[in-house]
Design a protein around this ligand. Structure first.
Ligand SMILES: [Zn+2]
Length: 197
């Protein structure tokens, strides 16, 4: 039987609207890094206190060495944990997304937690080209030098030297590159807390 005209029109409109929607930037989505949760290493299950202060979307988290349970949007989402072997010391935990990928970060989109690929998110740097990407890198380094406290003098000099080598203008015209994407994405081989995270 042929498809009703209304349905065909509806499906076409849906496809078009998806095509128009830009892929979200991972840096702009609310996210949870497994390293910021205290994953227990014993056999008990724990409740993380006051979790909504740090993650406003989440009302509760239950943690064990095997799974993490997120209470949000009126439902519960559970992720198994995979312990990844490291050369030295303890194995490190990773979330197992429903797609089967072990990931360090889960992203929030459409009242759902999932890995970056399942959220169809991309990184800000991937939306740039070879001319603009170094500008974003320099902006992130400059922000890092402003935000980072308690860095050794040697490290600061090393990073300031790297910044002074770039002669690029430190502004980007792109509308998608907002302040969140300009935050440093790494610790630049320095020690200590990353307070902006
Ligand atoms: Zn996934």
């Amino acid at each position: 039987m042929a498809m009703p005209r209304q349905l065909a029109r509806g499906l076409w409109a849906k496809r078009q609207s998806r095509r128009r929607e830009q892929r979200p930037l991972a840096e702009c989505l609310p996210h949870i890094n497994v390293n910021n949760l205290r994953i227990p290493r014993d056999y008990k299950t724990y409740t993380a206190p006051l979790i909504s202060l740090r993650y406003p979307q989440i009302s509760g988290i239950r943690l064990s060495a095997y799974f993490v349970e997120f209470h949000h949007s009126g439902r519960i989402q559970t992720f198994r944990l995979k312990w990844i072997k490291t050369g030295f010391g303890y194995p490190r935990p990773a979330f197992m997304c429903n797609c089967g990928r072990p990931v360090i970060t889960l992203y929030f989109r459409y009242a759902n937690l999932a890995c970056r690929r399942c959220c169809n998110a991309t990184y800000a740097s991937r939306t740039l080209d070879e001319r603009t990407r170094p500008i974003l890198q320099a902006i992130r380094l400059r922000t890092f030098l402003q935000l980072k406290s308690g860095m050794s003098k040697r490290n600061r000099q090393r990073l300031e030297a790297r910044l002074s080598r770039t002669t690029k203008p430190l502004e980007l015209a792109s509308k998608r590159i907002d302040d969140r994407t300009k935050l440093p994405q790494s610790n630049y081989s320095t020690r200590g807390a990353m307070h902006w995270r």
